[in-house]
Design a protein around this ligand. Structure first.
Ligand SMILES: Cc1cc2nc3c(=O)[nH]c(=O)nc-3n(C[C@H](O)[C@H](O)[C@H](O)COP(=O)(O)O)c2cc1C
Length: 404
C-alpha cells in the first residue's frame, strides 16, 4: 500500500501483514498491520517503525512522501519487536535523526541496537517537542502494555498516537474505522477490539482507567486515535475509549462460556447437559473445545462472558494438557470480575477438577464449588446431575452479575 494521508501533512506509512496467523503465539485470523506515521513539518518526524521483515514497505511509503534522509526526529512510543526492529533501516538512511523515547524504552532499545552511533533523547510525561507548526506532547503509559510504553499527542491536529493501545489485529485495505465498518461491519471491528483487549490488555484494567483519566484531565481534544495495529479511529474515537473503560470496569455479558477438552468424550458428554441447564435459567452459553479452538479465541470468549465452566479429564492425576495450558495463559492475564467452576470425567483417583479450583484460587476469581466430576462415562442420572449443576451455576452467575 502507498502512504495514506490521515490529516493534512500527516501520513500512515506502515505495512499490512495479510498473512500472519501466529502473532507471538496468539492467533490472528484477520492478519494485522504495523502502523507508523510520518509528520511533514519543518522537522520531519516519524512515529514508530515496523516489524523488521516489513522495513522495505515502510521505507517505500516514506519515500513516496519525502526522502527518508530528511527525517529529523524518530519517536519510539513502544520498543516491542513489531514496532522497533526496522529502526536501524530508518537510521541508516537518516543517521542524524534524533530518537525520542522514554527512559525505560532507551534501556530496552539498548538490547536491540548499539545506540552509541545514534542521537537518543529520553522524554517523560509532559515533555514536548516543537517540530515547526506543531508541538508534540508525550505521556508515559507504563505497562500499557510494556514498561516503556508512551503515547504522543499532536495538539494542533488533535491526534493521539497510542502505539498498541486501542489497536486491533486486522489486515485490511481500509485504514479507517468508518471505511471498515462499511466494507465489513461495526460488529466485526468491535470483536477485534475485544479480542485484542482480552489477549493483550486484560491485566492492565486499572492502569487503563488511570491513563484515560489522565488524558481527560490534560484536556486533550481527540479527533483521531492512531494505534500501531489495525484501523485508525477517526469516525468516533470516543467509542474505543468507552469500550476500554467498560472492559476495565468489568463489563461482561450475563452468559456462560463452557471451555473444555476431552480424551474419550466423557467430559464432552457432560458439557451438553450442563449447557442445557444454563439455558434453562435463561442465560446464553457457548461450548468451546480447546483443541478445536485457538487459545486466543477461547480467551476472548471467556472474557465476553460473566461466567465460565472449565472442563477437563484427569490424565496422570492432573489436568489435561490443553486445559492446563489454557488456564496458565488465563492466569497470566489476571482476569477479574468473573465467576468460574469446573467439571470433568476421571477414572480412578481424579485430580483435574481439584487442580482447576487451585488455579482459580491463584487467580482470585469468584468460584462455584465443588464443581462436578464423575467416573468414566456419564450415566443418565449423571447427565441429570450435570443439567442441575448448569442451572445452579447459571443462577450464581446471574446473582454475581447484579454487582456490575
Ligand atoms: C493415559 C491416561 C491416563 C489417565 N490417568 C488417570 C489418572 O491419573 N487418574 C484418573 O482418575 N483417571 C485417569 N485416566 C482416566 C480418564 O480420566 C478417564 O478415562 C476419563 O473418563 C477420561 O475422560 P474423557 O473421556 O473426557 O477424556 C487416565 C486415562 C488415560 C488415557
Amino acid at each position: 500500500m502507498k502512504a495514506v494521508e490521515i490529516k493534512k501533512d500527516i501520513y500512515w506509512v506502515g505495512a499490512v501483514d495479510w498473512a500472519v496467523r501466529d502473532f507471538h503465539g496468539y492467533e490472528t485470523p484477520r492478519g494485522t498491520t504495523y502502523n507508523n506515521y510520518l509528520i511533514m513539518d519543518d522537522e520531519i518526524t516519524l512515529i514508530d517503525t515496523v516489524k523488521y521483515d516489513f522495513a522495505t514497505y515502510t521505507l517505500k511509503n516514506i519515500s513516496g512522501v519525502v526522502d527518508p534522509a530528511r527525517i529529523k526526529n524518530v519517536i519510539i512510543n513502544h520498543i516491542e519487536n513489531d514496532h522497533v526492529t526496522s529502526l536501524d533501516c530508518v537510521m541508516d538512511l537518516a543517521p542524524n535523526a534524533t530518537i525520542y523515547i522514554s527512559e525505560k524504552g532507551k534501556k530496552g532499545l539498548e538490547r536491540f541496537f548499539d545506540l552509541s552511533r545514534w542521537n537518543v533523547k529520553t522524554v517523560k510525561t509532559g515533555d514536548t517537542l516543537t517540530i515547526g507548526k506543531r508541538t508534540l506532547e508525550f505521556l508515559e503509559t507504563p505497562m500499557l502494555h510494556w514498561p516503556d510504553s508512551m503515547v504522543t499527542y499532536a495538539r494542533e491536529d488533535k491526534i493521539l498516537f497510542t502505539q498498541d493501545a486501542f489497536g486491533q489485529h486486522v489486515a485490511s485495505a481500509n485504514r479507517f474505522d468508518d471505511e471498515y465498518e462499511i466494507s465489513n461491519s461495526p460488529v466485526e471491528l468491535e470483536d477485534a477490539v475485544v479480542d485484542y483487549y482480552a489477549n493483550i490488555l486484560m491485566p492492565f484494567g486499572q492502569m487503563i482507567k488511570t491513563k484515560i483519566a489522565e488524558i481527560q484531565a490534560k484536556g486533550f481534544e481527540i479527533d483521531i486515535i492512531a494505534p500501531d495495529h489495525g484501523l485508525i479511529w477517526r469516525k468516533d474515537p470516543g467509542k474505543v475509549l468507552g469500550m476500554y473503560l467498560d472492559m476495565a470496569n468489568g463489563k461482561a455479558r450475563e452468559s456462560v462460556a463452557i471451555i473444555y477438552d476431552t480424551m474419550w468424550q466423557s467430559t464432552e458428554k457432560m458439557a451438553g447437559p450442563i449447557a442445557e441447564g444454563v439455558r434453562a435459567e435463561g442465560l446464553n452459553c457457548q461450548i468451546i473445545k480447546l483443541r478445536a479452538t485457538p487459545t486466543s479465541v477461547a480467551i476472548k470468549e471467556f472474557w465476553k462472558c460473566r461466567g465460565a465452566l472449565i472442563g477437563s479429564p484427569t490424565l496422570n492425576n492432573i489436568l489435561f494438557p490443553s486445559v492446563a495450558e489454557f488456564l496458565t495463559h488465563l492466569r497470566g492475564l489476571r482476569p477479574k470480575n468473573r465467576i468460574v467452576g469446573a467439571f470433568g470425567s476421571f477414572g480412578w483417583g481424579g485430580g483435574a477438577v481439584k487442580e482447576s479450583y487451585e488455579v482459580f484460587k491463584q487467580m482470585g476469581l469468584q468460584t462455584v464449588e465443588p464443581g462436578i466430576q464423575l467416573a468414566y462415562r456419564p450415566s443418565l442420572a449423571d447427565e441429570e446431575a450435570c443439567f442441575e449443576f448448569g442451572r445452579t451455576f447459571a443462577r450464581q452467575v446471574s446473582e454475581y452479575h447484579k454487582g456490575f
